[in-house]
Design a protein around this ligand. Structure first.
Ligand SMILES: N[C@@H](CCC(=O)N[C@@H](CS)C(=O)NCC(=O)O)C(=O)O
Length: 203
């Protein structure tokens, strides 16, 4: 099995953390989809990472499909609670955390354009998604030790990867730790796990 990923993608990090938590061996192939010579479109017509290449040649994308597949590969470190309602709540946490990453990545890409080609209204619209998203994550978390009452799950991983991505791209602009101490507590706890430590994005 091979994971095609970059070292900074929060979606790829989510998959890498899941692999580490479940102790699944997987070769990492670094491929930056923005590079001219990227092979990502050969495996994912959408040209996005992560892509998981199975030994029989099947290419799986996107990250939500991959983590669900991995959770079925091994019973170690279950990522989803058993009952249907809790399971769908984990998926909602994941959708919200991933959505924050989508908006943050969109701003990052827009800001790479020449200043006079950037669309400030569109950036503000994406920022709104991030700020409302953070507020909702904090509200859902409350004083619980983990996102789900049932304990550590994919929800915590998705949130940890989203917060880590905000630190990577917008540490100066988005001071989420100051506004949301409960999210800060969760992030600190996650950073002490080997899975998060070993997938820390390079600055
Ligand atoms: N929903 C997708 C999002 C993947 C995604 O947006 N990946 C980014 C890297 S962070 C990418 O490959 N972008 C290249 C592009 O949009 O062309 C997932 O969860 O896998």
């Amino acid at each position: 099995m091979k994971l095609i990923a970059s070292l900074t993608s929060p979606f790829a990090r989510k998959v890498r953390v899941v692999l580490a938590e479940k102790h699944i061996e997987c070769e990492l192939v670094v491929d930056i989809p923005w590079n001219e010579d990227s092979h990502v479109p050969d495996y994912n017509p959408l040209g996005k990472i992560p892509v998981l290449l199975l030994d029989d040649g099947t290419a799986l994308f996107d990250s939500r499909v991959i983590v669900e597949y991995l959770d079925n590969v091994s019973p170690v470190g279950r990522m989803f609670p058993q009952d249907a309602h809790s399971r769908i709540l984990v998926k909602r946490w994941e959708a919200l955390a991933d959505g924050i990453c989508d908006a943050a990545a969109a701003i990052f890409i827009e800001k790479k354009r020449a200043q006079d080609q950037q669309n400030p209204e569109w950036i503000i619209r994406q920022e709104g998604k991030i700020f409302r998203g953070l507020e909702t994550l904090a509200e859902y978390l409350g004083e619980k030790p983990w996102c789900m009452e049932t304990g550590f799950s994919l929800a915590d991983i998705a949130v940890g990867c989203a917060l880590g991505y905000l630190d990577l791209r917008f540490a100066e602009k988005i001071k989420w730790r100051e506004g949301y101490p409960n999210l800060a507590r969760l992030a600190t706890k996650l950073s002490s796990r080997a899975s998060f430590n070993s997938t820390e994005p390079p600055v």
